[in-house]
Design a protein around this ligand. Sequence first.
Ligand SMILES: C[S@@+](CC[C@H](N)C(=O)[O-])C[C@H]1O[C@@H](n2cnc3c(N)ncnc32)[C@H](O)[C@@H]1O
Length: 216
Amino acid sequence: MLTDNEILEESRKNFELIIEEKEMLDFHKVFGNGNPVHIEIGSGRGEFLLRSAQQNPNINFIGIDLKEKRIKTIFRKLYIEKLKNVRIAKIYLDEESINFIQPNSIEKIYLQHPDPWPKKKHFHRRIIQHSFIDIMHKLLCNSGIVDIATDHEDYAFWIVEHFAERKDFTSIYKKGFTRESEKGHIETYFEKKKREEGFEPYFMKYRSIRWIEKNL
Ligand SMILES: C[S@@+](CC[C@H](N)C(=O)[O-])C[C@H]1O[C@@H](n2cnc3c(N)ncnc32)[C@H](O)[C@@H]1O
């Protein structure tokens, strides 16, 4: 029987995405196919990423998280599930480090319960800022989707307001959000925990619009 370290080593060999400084990834090489690529920022324990990948074998998924403990949890699950269409990157994602992704190469970006940074003095740490939305727009293919869920009301309104100010994204939901989960919705660890505490999530989806479309 393998030890935990051996399991992690084996799983990392198959599923870890190592990003060299200033390198831009060729997804065709990484996955060995030209299937569409979706990324999840802040995958946590990986429920959303792994279920999505299992249900969509013809889509390639990249999960990103900065915390070693959470990444290890995902590697342990992948050792058992062996999902060929998943790669994991341990990285602190920001406007700089996200440059390993080629422009126009991503079909969907998921942010499931990003850290809300509730204190005003920490608002600058929230991942949703105009500078970050600019980058997401650059990375997404035409009509690519940003899919966000949060249990934090103030952050939900922050997100809705930021996207409402943009001409390069349009909201799929009329009010900018919905409280209804879609059919087949995958509940994450944080979503479950927060629901138990009485916080129902807000769901947001934005479609990117290319310059040509904007100017029609
Ligand atoms: C509140 S947890 C949500 C985890 C998971 N999506 C869920 O819903 O259960 C936020 C996660 O995002 C990760 N995270 C926060 N900021 C990040 C960043 N800039 N780059 C990569 N991961 C980040 C944290 O380590 C944490 O695992």
